[in-house]
Design a binder for this molecule. Structure first.
Ligand code: HEM
Length: 464
């Protein structure tokens, strides 16, 4: 008997940038690289354990072998510090931030910062995340009428709001917060290839002057951030400071030296909290919403979960434990679209990687983008399947080949924070709205400061 049940149409795959041909000239590679580091790479990197790039100016090694990644990030991180180029690229904005320091300065900064992000503090931070979510819903409500809406701008706005509320107890509408957010957008326009310049280790004689506009926007951001930090120092002195992350960090002495951050060093850290904390979460949240629009069955599952778990009158940290599906979706989103797609380190001494000599000064690249889609590690690597983490393969890969927050001592201190913020906001949003994609308008992933869509992500929203 012929089976006349209609076969369901194949599920679309999440967008992936087209890879370049295996062989291109160095000149072409450099041009592709400047445009987008993701599409500049050949397809074979998704199945390679390691790749060596030789150019007249530098050598770099991309490590996709979980054991090599473990060596660089966990076992011997001191031998693979952050590269000088990265520092140069980011110094105007970040000064002496923990993101770009190395050695003893970095270790001291982490000793002061880490306690602010521990579990207990996250509990205290949670209500501010909820408030930012409510504010986002209020902003979106008048626009939830089925018209196309560019969602990345909305998630950036919300993630910046989360940072200001949790760090300084002020909403994004506050004059100083709004000023930093606006200046940051201008800064990205002035220096859109912030990370690309840092990744490409051109020889020292190539001038790398920051443009006048880049310096100006960086200065505006830093002036506002310094003012916020100085105001907080004064409030602490007067005994009127609120109990938030800034207060916690500014009053925590280094357990080894007893010193606290002075205002200038704190301002450097605030700059990185703002940058690392909002760009990344915004990227993950925007892709998650797109994926939920692409897979409405998952969206409905999350909406039901959120409906049952969230009681707006009793919103406690424990709500998070009732949102396992949202957590799985957020995790799977960061597998497919790791907000920080590559990490660059520098080898300080001679090394052997998989039998190949690596000379001092070589660039060592760890690429979550490739590791997370590695065809020899993951089952169905290009498919969206949040349930995969309950399978044997998913669990193994979660331990060995999943690093959206990096790993080892330089792991993102905000990982726990982001894993609370992301699933919470996602749940609040799908509880309030239905997200629909627009036929023929698929976003193209591109590595900007984080992994973003080349021309934005447009969705239609409808109130539930
Ligand atoms: C989805 C959200 C986030 C992702 C995917 C993410 C990812 C990362 C990654 C991959 C690194 C290491 C980069 C490298 O080694 O080159 C990092 C470092 C860092 N992140 Fe996050 N992050 C997120 C959210 C946050 C938040 C919310 C904060 C703070 C409020 C934060 C603060 C930092 C800081 C200070 C560092 C530097 C740590 C160090 O070098 O010791 N991040 N993050």
């Amino acid at each position: 008997m012929p089976d006349d049940t209609p076969t369901p149409p194949p599920r679309p795959l999440p967008p992936k940038p087209a890879a370049r041909p295996d062989k291109v000239t160095l000149w072409r590679y450099a041009r592709l690289f400047r445009r987008d580091i993701l599409s500049a790479q050949p397809a074979r990197l998704y199945r390679a354990w390691m790749a060596e790039f030789r150019t007249p100016f530098f050598r770099s090694y991309m490590c996709n072998d979980p054991d090599l990644v473990d060596l660089v990030l966990r076992r011997r991180p001191g031998d693979f510090p952050k590269s000088r180029r990265l520092r140069e690229g980011l110094t105007p904005l970040l000064g002496n931030s923990v993101f770009i320091t190395n050695g003893t300065t970095w270790a001291r900064q982490r000793r002061i910062i880490d306690p602010a992000f521990e579990g207990g503090r996250l509990r205290d931070t949670f209500p501010a995340m909820w408030d930012a979510g409510q504010a986002m819903i209020a902003r979106l409500n008048p626009r939830a009428d089925g018209r196309p809406l560019e969602i990345e701008a909305e998630t950036s706005h919300a993630a910046a709001d989360v940072i200001f509320r949790t760090l300084f107890s002020i909403p994004i509408e506050h004059e100083l917060a709004a000023g930093v957010f606006a200046a940051f957008r201008a800064h990205q326009k002035a220096q859109p290839l912030l990370n690309i310049g840092a990744l490409l280790p051109l020889p020292a004689w190539v001038p790398r002057l920051h443009s006048r506009r880049t310096r100006a926007t960086a200065r505006t951001i830093r002036t506002a951030i310094t003012r916020m930090t100085a105001d907080r120092a004064a409030a602490l002195e007067a005994g009127t400071a609120p109990d938030d992350l800034a207060t916690k960090i500014m009053t925590t002495p280094d357990p080894e030296t007893g010193e606290t951050f002075d205002t200038a060093e704190m301002a450097d850290q605030v700059a990185i909290f703002f940058l690392a904390g909002h760009e990344t979460s915004a990227s993950a949240l925007a892709w998650a919403l797109y994926l939920l629009a692409l897979y409405p069955d998952w969206q409905e599952r999350l909406a039901e979960e959120a409906q049952a778990a969230i009681d707006p009158d009793r919103i406690y940290f424990s709500t998070l434990s009732k949102l396992p599906q949202a957590r799985a979706v957020f995790r799977e989103t960061m597998r497919l679209y790791p907000p920080v797609p590559m990490y660059v380190r520098e080898a300080v001494k001679s090394e052997q990687f998989r039998g190949r000599d690596v000379c001092p000064g070589a660039q060592v690249i760890v690429s979550p983008w490739h590791l997370h889609r590695h065809t020899r590690l993951w089952d169905r690597p290009d498919e969206f399947d949040p349930a995969r983490f309950a399978t044997e393969n998913g669990k193994k890969c979660l331990r060995e080949a999943y690093i959206p927050f990096s790993a080892g001592p330089r792991v993102c201190p905000g990982a726990g924070f982001a894993m609370a913020e992301g699933p919470l906001l996602l749940s609040m949003l799908v509880r309030a709205f239905r997200f629909e994609r627009i036929e023929g308008d698929a976003p193209v992933p591109q590595a900007q400061l984080t992994v973003r869509a080349r021309d934005g992500i447009r969705l239609r929203l409808r109130t539930r």
